[in-house]
Design a protein around this ligand. Structure first.
Ligand code: ATP
Length: 449
């Protein structure tokens, strides 16, 4: 990365949000109706980035291992699931209303005695709060035509519960033995009292979760293993060391069933915040689902033939939060040696929305350049842009994180070469057109750590 990085000014959230909206990474859902608080849409670039992140997770956690199986369960589960998991009784946040400014807050996030700044900037006046009430964060829905209470169901507040309820079937069909895990990526919903910080805290979001089933006596070593493995994953996404840390939970922060927990945190422009949780959940979930369903979820120890309930190590990462972290981590307003500046998004090449952009120098060479694009598109997402000044076209790609620009010029037809420009160093190299796929493959694999 360039020297300019050292003197880089601190990224403000407004700059990042503005780029995300302007270039179509992430913007408000239902924009034409004035938006809906806590819901976000991912535009053409955002969906590519998010899909690449999900593939990186799935490849590493499921496909590259023999001891993890995948699952894609329904969002709506039997309502008893949420009684067993404790969500109906306990998944609450303390909520207060301010009688003066009529706004609603999470009591545990308030500076004492005053309201936080509103979007209009009227902050720090003394407020008149109601007594905190517990507010359940699950979003309710109705199943079927009946409106009676028996038809009430919930949109899942986390993806892991079906992993527990499907545990026995997945173990059987996949012929797995302990230790092994089940992983899934999917939507979760929480009726957050105060959605905020762009898509960091939203009401609809995606989680990528792994529940790893182990013998109770091996829980500590597996907890340490998964925490380290998850850190390695985050490093492979290109997060700077100075932006990443783990924070073990103090005894009084642990859920009542948890034996140990640690958060992986990222340094956002609004401070250190959790992007992933690693939890030792013990046998709590399988015990509870056994109790509430009446189905035995214990398994037989092959050696001793004794029955036992496996213990669970969970890793749970937010896809939306990590996507935002990737954008914050990558953003640079770089001052160049010639006094000009450029906004460049240093996203790891394997995650970038476009792997390459093919840019014919003029419309006159558009046709042969299109043939290059067609070939590359068999493997990668490739952008094709014919119009405008070449410098401006480079800048538009820098800003959205395209790692390689391929320029087809007037000599290309003669010497059958194309210029490849690197986003980060801006260095250019002339390479034979028929080796472009190999060159991209090489560069992508050296960037993948
Ligand atoms: P927080 O304390 O920030 O509310 P949490 O501890 O409740 O988070 P978990 O239940 O452990 O979060 O969920 C695991 C992951 O799911 C989190 O690390 C986060 O990345 C993601 N996540 C949780 N709630 C939200 C949300 N409202 N919006 C976006 N992502 C979320």
């Amino acid at each position: 990365m360039s020297d300019a990085m050292a003197s880089k000014k601190e990224l403000q959230m407004e700059e990042l949000v503005s780029l995300c909206v302007r270039r179509g990474f992430i913007f408000q859902s239902s924009e034409i109706y004035g938006g809906i608080n806590g819901f976000w849409d991912y535009g053409p670039l955002g969906v590519e980035l998010k899909n690449n992140l999900k593939s990186a997770w799935w490849n590493r956690v499921v496909r590259q291992r023999d001891d993890v199986e995948g699952l894609d369960s329904s969002i709506v589960a039997h309502p008893r699931t949420w009684e067993a998991s404790g969500h109906v009784a306990h998944f609450t946040d303390p909520m207060v209303d301010c009688k003066k400014c009529k706004r609603r807050f999470r009591a545990d996030q308030l500076p004492s005695g005053s309201c936080p700044a509103s979007s209009k900037g009227d902050s720090d006046r003394n407020c008149d709060f109601t007594i905190p009430r517990n507010f359940n964060l699950m979003l309710q829905t109705q199943i079927g035509a009946s409106e009676d209470a028996a038809a009430a169901a919930y949109l899942r507040p986390e993806t892991c519960q079906s992993i527990f309820t499907d545990f026995r079937r997945v173990k059987e069909v996949a012929r797995q033995k302990i230790p092994f895990g089940i992983a899934q990526i999917g939507k979760a919903f929480r009726n957050e009292i105060n959605p905020r910080n762009f898509n960091f805290r939203s009401r609809e979001f995606e989680q990528a979760e792994l529940e790893f089933f182990v013998r109770i006596e091996e829980r500590e070593e597996w907890f340490a293993y998964w925490l380290e493995e998850r850190l390695k994953f985050h490093r492979s996404l290109g997060f700077k060391e100075s932006n990443l840390r783990t924070r073990p939970h103090a005894e009084d922060e642990l859920a009542h069933y948890a034996k140990a927990a640690a958060d992986v945190e990222f340094l956002f422009p609004f401070g250190w915040q959790e992007i992933e949780g690693v939890h030792d959940r013990g046998t709590w979930d399988l015990d509870r689902h056994t109790e509430f369903s009446g189905k035995d979820l214990s398994i037989t120890d092959e050696a001793t033939k004794e029955r036992f309930v496996p213990s669970v190590i969970e890793t749970s990462v937010g896809i939306d939060r990590t996507t935002l972290a990737l954008l914050a981590n990558g953003y640079e307003d770089e001052l160049l040696a010639n006094g000009e500046s450029r906004v460049v998004m240093h996203i790891a090449p394997h995650l970038a929305p476009y792997t390459a952009a093919v840019l014919p120098l003029s419309k006159k060479v558009a046709e042969p350049a299109e043939r290059v694009v067609e070939k590359l598109r068999r493997n990668w997402n490739v952008f094709f842009d014919v119009s405008g000044n070449i410098g401006r076209r480079y800048r538009r790609q820098d800003e959205i994180g395209t790692p390689y620009c391929l320029t087809y010029d007037f000599d290309s037809q003669e010497d059958e070469k194309i210029t490849i420009r690197d986003r980060d160093t801006m260095e250019q190299e002339r390479v034979p057109i028929d080796s472009i796929s190999m060159v991209l493959n090489d560069r992508l694999s050296t960037d993948l750590t």
